[in-house]
Design a protein around this ligand. Structure first.
Ligand SMILES: [Zn+2]
Length: 430
């Protein structure tokens, strides 16, 4: 007998006699827990809870009650949950000054889904049905999340739980949302550049660029540069995670991601046409096309002044970060676009604004000087835009102040508003 078997044997013996239960049963449970990398002490502890509680009574110290996912709130204490593992993502994070490898993803039961973080490798795979005993609940971004840690027991169930959710991380780019873990993508690398950044372990090289598929484009970062990621190449990215960069989802490739060349992926060249409501409820879209009416040109349009250091818009020569500055003139438009489903603020850069104004920045400055009023520029722009329908392509972001789209393209829509309204209605009514 090797020492490992000895200690398991001894522990089972000891537990069986103190708890007054069958040794074979206790030993089988112990073996399972240890195979899930639960330390022996923790394993014994959780079996004491399991068998010690069997006489009923249910006073303190027993395992937490079995809970359905839909019932879990950020205020719920520790729970026991039986659920299907939908996704598993591996990630290295900095925790209390140390690099630590964690596993993250989503679990589902018949009542709903919940995100989880596992601080120990429980060897979870998508499709597994597990019972997580004594899982912690914490709040992340207003939602409850399960914490599977040292004192959690994870048991593999033989009977798969049937759930109404996709198992595995395969997604189209358009379906990615910040917080997504263990995602699997088939994409083409549209742009990529190598950068040196100041990482958590000093200077490090990363790749950053843009990925595309049939549904949309998204920015990405590869924190552990993979040679397969080259401009124009199509690749399958396994185990990537999604966070948010400037209000839109961003794909993160890591040392744990698997990158494999695949056959050419078709990339949509046209941007994703969405209603404003769809784009806003997606939480941001990197490359979207919206069509709607400009109902108002907002304050802060026309001639503006920016800090020469940080580019922030300044008033009375005062920058929020740099104090008194000698500002630079610029032009922009902030227009409210309404497509009948919702509104969004469209932000047009100098180039697009000059087109609409039908003159250069110099012309606009002359115009303001002659009129002795800078507002005349914004007034002329508003006259041209308000009440007309436009097609805008750009990056839509959503933050606590609302939704903005930074336009790359802005043109008057040739569509007949009546036929568009009919098309929209037929879509809504199915
Ligand atoms: Zn500044």
């Amino acid at each position: 007998m090797n020492p490992y078997t000895m200690s398991l044997e001894d522990a089972a013996e000891e537990l069986a006699s103190t708890l007054g239960v069958d040794k074979t049963e206790v030993k089988a449970d112990l073996e399972k827990l240890v195979s899930y990398s639960v330390p022996m002490d923790e394993a014994k502890q959780s079996l004491r809870r399991k068998y010690g509680d069997s006489g009923g009574g249910g006073d303190g110290g027993g395992s937490p009650p079995k809970t359905e996912i839909a019932e879990i709130t950020p205020e719920t204490g520790n729970v026991t949950v039986t659920a299907r593992v939908l996704t598993v993502g591996k990630r290295s994070i900095r925790y209390e000054g140390e690099n630590q490898t964690i596993f993250e993803g989503e679990l589902a039961d018949e009542t709903g889904t919940i995100s989880y973080t596992a601080w120990t490798d429980f060897s979870l795979s998508p499709g597994d049905t597990i019972t997580a005993g004594n899982a912690g609940v914490r709040e992340w971004d207003g939602q409850p999340e399960l914490n599977l840690g040292q004192s959690t027991t994870v048991t593999l169930e033989e009977e798969p739980l049937s759930v109404a959710h996709e198992i595995g991380g395969e997604r189209d780019l358009i379906d990615l949302e910040p917080g997504g873990r263990g995602r699997v993508l088939d994409v083409r690398v549209l742009e990529v550049e190598r950068k040196t950044i100041d990482g958590r372990d000093g200077e490090t090289e990363i790749l950053s660029g843009v990925l595309g598929d049939e549904t949309t484009r998204l920015p990405f970062t590869d924190w552990d540069p993979h040679s397969e990621i080259r401009e124009g190449e199509s690749v399958r990215l396994e185990d990537v995670y999604v966070d948010e960069f400037r209000g839109v989802p961003s794909v993160n490739v890591t040392e744990f991601s698997i990158v494999e060349p695949i056959a050419d992926v078709t990339v949509s060249d046209s941007g994703t046409e969405l209603s404003v409501r769809e784009a806003v409820s997606a939480g941001g879209v990197y490359d979207v096309v919206l069509t709607g009416n400009v109902i108002e040109v907002r304050d802060g349009s026309g001639l503006i002044q920016r800090c020469p250091d940080c580019g922030r818009v300044v008033q009375n020569d005062q920058c929020r970060s740099h104090g008194r500055v000698d500002p630079e003139d610029d032009m922009r438009v902030k227009a409210i676009l309404d497509d009948g489903t919702d509104t969004v603020t469209a932000i047009l850069n100098r180039e697009l604004t000059e087109d609409i104004y039908d003159g250069t920045l110099e012309d606009a400055l002359d115009h303001a000087r002659d009129a002795m009023d800078r507002d005349v520029v914004a007034e002329k722009i508003a006259e041209g835009l308000e009440g007309r329908e436009y097609r805008i392509r750009g990056a839509l972001s959503v933050d606590e102040y609302g939704a903005n789209i930074n336009a790359n393209e802005f043109e008057e829509s040739g569509d007949d508003p009546k036929s568009r309204a009919e098309a929209f209605l037929s879509e809504v009514e199915g």
